[in-house]
Design a protein around this ligand. Structure first.
Ligand code: 13P
Length: 236
């Protein structure tokens, strides 16, 4: 399974290094065989070069370099041998205003370079409440311009209303949506949105859930390791 931590705008360069060192020590000593991914804040990217986990970028612009104030490109990612990127996260869609078109352009750029892309989809509460059909239409629009058969693709289903709120869909709902989304792409499908130690095992055990993308509950490295241990126990 794939167990991923999105650290968002949290931790410093120093505390991220400590985090990754502790995580690596845990994976090494416990013989973990799951794929572990960490997305640190931009300023904490570094050459971690670990064979036990992968470090990815939460965002980058589709460019090598240039005049794109506030963004980074592959020149900066290459410095740290980063070849994994998160694209389409709901915070970038809804807070930073990324459109599906710009997201698809970014996807295409990083796909051509062979990056592992964790591509996020998910509906806001209003779409969820509008019923299954409207909700699935909304999510389907997030697949526009995306090569769903890309070999290095990982998809993360993250309902916007479940992110950072402590709310989650029921286990039945997660399984049902994942089963529907698997028809759109065979790529590994992660669930994200208020995953924590208390619910991670049940979520990971669901059919068509190939891992989790964890935000706030991954900030404590011991908790994140605990969630990795659940995946290890399940050995799906
Ligand atoms: P939370 O786990 O804090 O709900 O965040 C999920 C998320 O957005 C991961 O990308």
């Amino acid at each position: 399974m794939i167990i991923a931590a999105n650290l968002k705008t949290n931790l410093t360069r120093k505390s991220t290094t400590e985090y990754i060192n502790s995580l690596e020590a845990y994976i090494k000593s416990s013989g973990v065989s799951q794929d572990v991914l960490v997305f640190p804040a931009m300023s904490a990217l570094d050459s971690f070069n670990s064979s036990y986990l992968s470090v990815g970028a939460q965002n980058a612009y589709p460019t090598k370099n240039g005049a794109f104030t506030g963004e980074i490109g592959t020149e900066q990612l290459d410095e740290f041998n980063i070849t994994t990127i998160l694209i389409g996260h709901s915070e970038r869609r809804h807070i930073l205003g990324e459109t599906q078109e710009s997201i698809a352009t970014k996807f295409e750029y990083y796909k051509k370079l062979g990056y592992t892309i964790v591509y996020c989809v998910g509906e806001p509460l209003q779409k969820r409440e509008a019923g299954k059909e409207e909700m699935m239409e909304y999510i389907s629009a997030q697949y526009e311009g995306i090569d769903t058969s890309y070999e290095n693709l990982i998809i993360a289903y993250e309902p916007v209303w479940a992110i950072g709120t402590g709310l989650t869909p029921t286990l039945e709902d997660i399984e049902e949506i994942h089963t529907d989304l698997k028809k759109k792409s065979y790529a590994p499908l992660l669930y994200g949105g208020s995953v924590k130690v208390d619910n991670a095992k049940e979520v990971l055990a669901l059919k068509n859930v190939d891992g989790v993308l964890v935000g706030s509950a991954a900030l404590k490295v011991d908790d994140f390791c605990h969630m990795i241990s659940f995946a290890e126990e399940l050995q799906k």
